[in-house]
Design a protein around this ligand. Structure first.
Ligand SMILES: Cc1cc2nc3c(=O)[nH]c(=O)nc-3n(C[C@H](O)[C@H](O)[C@H](O)COP(=O)(O)OP(=O)(O)OC[C@H]3O[C@@H](n4cnc5c(N)ncnc54)[C@H](O)[C@@H]3O)c2cc1C
Ligand code: SF4
Length: 403
């Protein structure tokens, strides 16, 4: 498929709507806003990857890795700021997230499942979220765009047999889960041609075939078809409410980092959607002026810049809490050597987990996971076993695995 990004030099000073981040959140927003006829700009800190651009060997995979954390209270960052896989190392929780046009969808495991009803039964969610039946409409629309398919019965990779053996020992059944993959050549809902999956198993390194339906090949392609402009290596730093109404978004040209003059660009818009992922969204500074001062106070912890310490501590606590909540689950099934495509099956183990987490009627879907062929030892996927001793790994905003 052809590239979707526009050169940053073509960024206009003002748009109707600016979307920050281009994962599922940003992609859906861009597509909807563009379909409404608005002038939309999407700002993404990462680069554009087309099928064929993803790493094919360990050295290339290593180059597409950035790792950051803190040692003795001092922050460090290793790797290019626009590298595809962004790993945040914490004391006891690590986060793996995407950096590229299409966000974490570029190398996630393609599994398309709606959360179990019990997730939103939990009183921990605000009532507005629990009662939001529009979510059901959202799922239906997402399936319409992403067109998930199950691995055809004619394909029987060894990993499915292995998962069935593990599940049988625990009295559970294995189902072939719906995946964002084209198993036959097709033109998808955004009009993009997708060749058939070759079952190569590299989904979690990035699909070089084009069979994987990412946000890039779906929502972003749709947004561009309706006039949106996408800009890469645009790292948004802050969003500021303007006295006269609207917003100003300030960004850094990531490609120029390390040079003497790092251009800082500004763009204004009536609507700004911040969809930079769980961590990215909290890292962007937000300023509210005048009547919005009250909002600024309420949301201060969300906007907390790294230097302020308090927000850092709170974010750490939130991550710890997420980790604690996850304790008591089952094991992650790892089927050993790469054996064809990323994730094809899953098994549910409700009761066993329900017993272990006490009051909360929990359920858990176990999936087999594996390292794509191009990943070297030491790649984030290797954190899964390593984190068994150190804590847990959050897979971007959606998943937890690997304790
Ligand atoms: C290995 C792995 C496997 C997974 N498998 C599955 C799966 O099978 N099924 C499933 O449902 N979920 C899966 N997930 C989770 C899923 O991919 C995420 O929940 C989802 O991608 C989150 O979407 P998002 O839009 O919130 O954020 P993201 O997809 O992370 O997108 C955020 C985007 O914002 C950009 N950004 C961040 N900061 C800035 C900034 N300051 N300026 C500009 N841009 C910025 C980032 O570069 C990124 O592109 C997996 C995740 C991982 C890591
Ligand atoms: S198995 Fe290979 S061809 Fe199929 S979607 Fe995954 S990376 Fe693409």
């Amino acid at each position: 498929m052809a590239g979707l990004a526009s050169p940053i030099g073509e960024l206009r000073p003002a748009y109707d709507a600016v979307v920050v981040g281009s994962g599922y959140g940003g992609g859906v927003a861009a597509s909807r806003l563009a379909r409404m006829g608005l002038a939309v700009a999407v700002l993404e800190r990462g680069r554009e990857f087309l099928p064929g651009d993803f790493p094919r060997d360990p050295l290339a995979a290593q180059r597409e890795l950035q790792i950051s954390g803190e040692v003795l209270g001092r922050p460090y960052h290793v790797g290019a700021r626009s590298a595809l896989v962004d790993v945040r190392v914490g004391d006891d929780v690590h986060v793996v997230q995407g950096c590229g046009l299409g966000g974490t969808s570029l190398f996630n495991a393609n599994v398309c499942l709606a959360p179990d009803d019990r997730v939103f039964d939990d009183a921990a969610w605000p009532a507005g979220v629990r009662m939001d039946r529009a979510l059901l409409l959202g799922y239906a629309r997402a399936r319409g765009m992403l067109q998930p398919e199950r691995l055809p019965d004619t394909a029987n990779p060894l990993k499915i047999a292995n998962l069935e053996r593990s599940a049988a020992a625990l009295g559970a059944a294995v189902t072939r889960v719906p995946l964002h993959i084209a198993f036959e050549p097709r033109t998808n809902a955004a009009g993009v041609l997708q060749p058939a999956c070759t079952l190569c198993g590299d989904c979690m390194g990035g699909c070089n075939v084009g069979a994987k339906t990412t946000v890039h090949s779906s929502y972003l392609a749709d947004a561009v078809a309706f006039g949106a402009r996408l800009f890469t290596e645009a790292g948004v730093r802050s969003v500021e409410r303007l006295r006269q109404g609207g917003w100003r978004v300030l960004m850094t040209d990531i490609a120029a980092l390390g040079t003497r003059d790092i251009p800082v660009r500004a763009v204004t818009a009536r609507i700004v959607v911040i969809a930079a992922g769980t961590l990215g969204t909290t890292e962007i500074r937000r300023f509210y002026i005048g009547p919005f001062a009250e909002i600024a106070e309420k949301e201060d912890h969300l906007a907390a810049p790294a230097a302020e310490g308090v927000g850092d501590e709170r974010r750490r606590d939130e991550r710890r809490a997420a980790c604690e909540q996850d304790r008591g689950g089952g094991e992650v099934a790892v089927t050993g050597r790469p054996q064809q495509a990323g994730t094809f099956g899953g098994a549910r183990f409700h009761e066993r987990v329900g017993e272990r987490v006490g009051e909360q009627r929990a359920g858990r879907l176990e999936r087999q996971g594996e390292q794509p062929g191009q990943h070297p030892p030491g790649h984030p996927t290797a954190i899964m076993p390593a984190s068994k001793t150190r804590g847990c790994t959050l897979w971007a905003s959606g998943e937890r695995a690997g304790r």
